[in-house]
Design a protein around this ligand. Structure first.
Ligand code: S3P
Length: 435
C-alpha cells in the first residue's frame, strides 16, 4: 500500500494502524479537546514541528473540527505534527465570549503540556484558522496570553475585525451572538476580542499571513482588504495573498492553490530549508549533517551531489576548469532550492554567485559558518582535494580568499565555529530556528 505513495487511501490505512489522530482533552468540558496527528516514523531528536488548526463556522455549534481533517493530512505529509482543536461555541454551555476565546488559548497552551510525551517542538509552532477560526487564530497571537511563541499565524478568510464585521452584517448576527451584544452594548468585548483592535497594543506580535479569495460571499473581499490595510500599517509583519475567482470553502481544500500557499507559508515558518555557507573548513558538511539528523530531514551536500554525478572535484577543475565546476554548482543549487524543509551544505564558493544567493535565500534560512584564518588553515589540512588552495602557499591563499569573500559571508546570519564541537554548533543553529 505504501508503494502507492502518499494518497488518501494510505492515510486511512495508517489511521487504522497507529490510531491517528489521538483525542486529547485540555479541559473538563465535552468540547475542550484537540486531536493530535503525528507523522509516521521515528520522532526526530528536535521533536516534530507543530501546526495548530482552528476550524471556522461562525463560532456556532453546527460546525466542528472535522472540517480541518484534510488540512491535517496535508501538513502531516510534510513532516509536521498537527493539533486540530475543538472549542466551546455559541449554543454550548460556557460557549460564546469569553469561553470560546478561553478555550482556544487553553488548547494552544496545552501543546507545551503534551510536548514531551509526544515529541513536539514547541519552538517551531504555527497556527492556521479558517473564517471564524481565522479570527481565533489571529486573536490568540495578539492577546498576549500564549505561554510559548508562535512562528506564524495564518488567517484564511479571517473574520479579523469584529466591529467592522458587525457593522457589515457578517454571518447574520454571528458576531453579536458570540460577544453577547452589539458594539453599543458591549464595546469592551469587541475591543478585547477583535484582532484589528489589538494590532498596535500586542506586546510581541506574531507574524501573520492572510489569504483570501476574491469571490468569497461569507467573508467578503473588501472586508478582508480593510483588515489587511490595518495590519500592514501596524507593527505586525504580514503577507497577503489574494486568489482570483476563489470563494470561501476552497481555502480549505487540500489541493487548492490557496491552501497550498497557506501550507507553504506555514512550512517556511516551522520547517524552513536551512542553507549553510561559509569558507572551506568551517564545518558546513558535518554541522549540516548533524542538524539534518536532529530535525529528521534530508541533507544535501552540494559538493557530494556534484561528485556523485561528475566525479572528484579536483578532476573537474583539472579537466574542465573552475567555470565548469561553477556551472554544475548552479544546477545543484537550483535543485536544492526546489526542495522544502531540507538542510543544504554548500561548497564555499557557491553563494558567491548572485543567482544561487537569490534562489537559496528565497528557499529558506541561510547561515554563514565562520572561523579564524588560522583555524581554517589547521582544519583544511590536506589541500590536495581543494583545488583552490593547491598553490605554493595555501595559508596565504586562504587569507586572501577569506578577505575577498568576507562581504558575501557576512551578509548572512553568522555563526562562529572556532573551538566548538559539531553538535554544539548544530544545537546553536536549532535554537536560532526556534526563535
Ligand atoms: C570551494 C570549496 C569547496 C569546493 C570547491 C570550491 C570554494 O567546498 O566546493 O573546492 O570555492 O570555496 P568546501 O567549502 O566544502 O570545502
Amino acid at each position: 500500500m505504501r508503494a502507492q505513495g502518499r494518497t488518501g487511501q494510505w492515510h486511512q490505512l495508517r489511521s487504522v494502524f497507529v490510531s491517528n489522530p489521538r483525542q486529547i482533552p485540555y479541559g473538563q468540558q465535552t468540547h475542550q479537546f484537540g486531536e493530535l496527528w503525528l507523522p509516521d516514523g521515528a520522532t526526530p531528536a528536535a521533536g516534530w514541528p507543530i501546526v495548530t488548526l482552528v476550524h471556522g463556522g461562525f463560532w456556532r455549534s453546527t460546525w466542528a473540527l472535522d472540517l480541518m481533517d484534510p488540512m491535517a493530512a496535508s501538513l502531516l505529509d510534510d513532516g509536521c505534527a498537527v493539533w486540530n482543536i475543538e472549542y466551546r461555541r455559541v449554543g454550548h454551555e460556557g460557549g460564546g465570549w469569553p469561553g470560546t476565546g478561553d478555550d482556544v488559548i487553553a488548547a494552544i497552551n496545552h501543546v507545551a503540556t503534551i510536548a514531551e510525551e509526544f515529541g513536539l517542538d514547541v519552538g517551531r509552532h504555527g497556527i492556521v484558522g479558517h473564517s471564524a477560526g481565522g479570527h481565533l487564530a489571529l486573536w490568540s497571537t495578539l492577546c498576549d496570553r500564549l505561554t510559548t511563541p508562535i512562528a506564524l499565524a495564518v488567517g484564511l478568510a479571517p473574520v479579523a475585525d469584529l466591529e467592522d464585521g458587525w457593522a457589515n452584517g457578517l454571518g447574520n448576527g454571528a458576531i453579536s451572538d458570540l460577544l453577547g451584544g452589539t458594539p453599543d452594548d458591549v464595546l469592551d468585548r469587541y475591543r478585547e476580542a477583535s484582532p484589528a483592535a489589538l494590532l498596535d497594543v500586542s506586546k510581541a506580535p506574531t507574524p501573520q499571513a492572510i489569504i483570501q479569495g476574491t469571490t468569497d460571499e461569507d467573508v467578503p473581499l473588501d472586508y478582508v482588504r480593510r483588515y489587511v490595510d490595518l495590519v500592514t500599517a501596524s507593527p505586525v509583519p504580514t503577507t497577503y495573498d489574494e486568489f482570483r475567482d476563489v470563494g470561501h470553502m476552497e481555502l480549505i481544500e487540500p489541493d487548492h492553490p490557496a491552501w497550498v500557499r497557506a501550507r507553504d507559508r506555514l512550512l517556511a515558518a516551522v520547517q524552513p530549508t536551512v542553507v549553510l555557507t561559509g569558507f572551506m573548513g568551517t564545518g558546513k558538511s558535518s554541522v549540516g549533517a548533524a542538524l539534518a539528523e536532529a530535525l529528521g530531514v534530508d541533507f544535501i551536500d552540494t559538493d557530494v551531489a556534484i561528485e556523485a554525478e561528475h566525479g572528484p572535484i579536483p578532476q573537474i577543475f583539472a579537466e574542465y576548469g573552475e567555470g565548469r565546476f561553477r556551472e554544475l554548482e548552479r544546477d545543484v543549487a537550483a535543485a536544492a532550492a526546489s526542495r522544502q524543509g531540507v538542510v543544504v551544505a554548500t561548497g564555499g564558493g557557491l553563494m558567491l554567485d548572485a543567482t544561487n544567493r537569490e534562489i537559496l535565500s528565497n528557499a529558506g534560512r541561510v547561515f554563514a559558518l565562520t572561523a579564524d584564518a588560522s583555524e581554517i588553515i589547521d582544519r583544511v589540512g590536506d589541500t590536495e582535494h581543494r583545488p583552490l588552495l593547491a598553490g605554493a602557499d595555501p595559508a596565504a591563499r586562504v587569507t586572501e580568499l577569506l578577505a575577498e569573500r568576507a562581504p558575501v559571508y557576512e551578509s548572512f546570519e553568522c555563526v562562529a565555529t572556532d573551538g566548538r564541537p559539531v553538535d554544539v554548533i548544530a544545537a546553536d543553529l536549532l535554537s536560532r530556528l526556534r526563535r
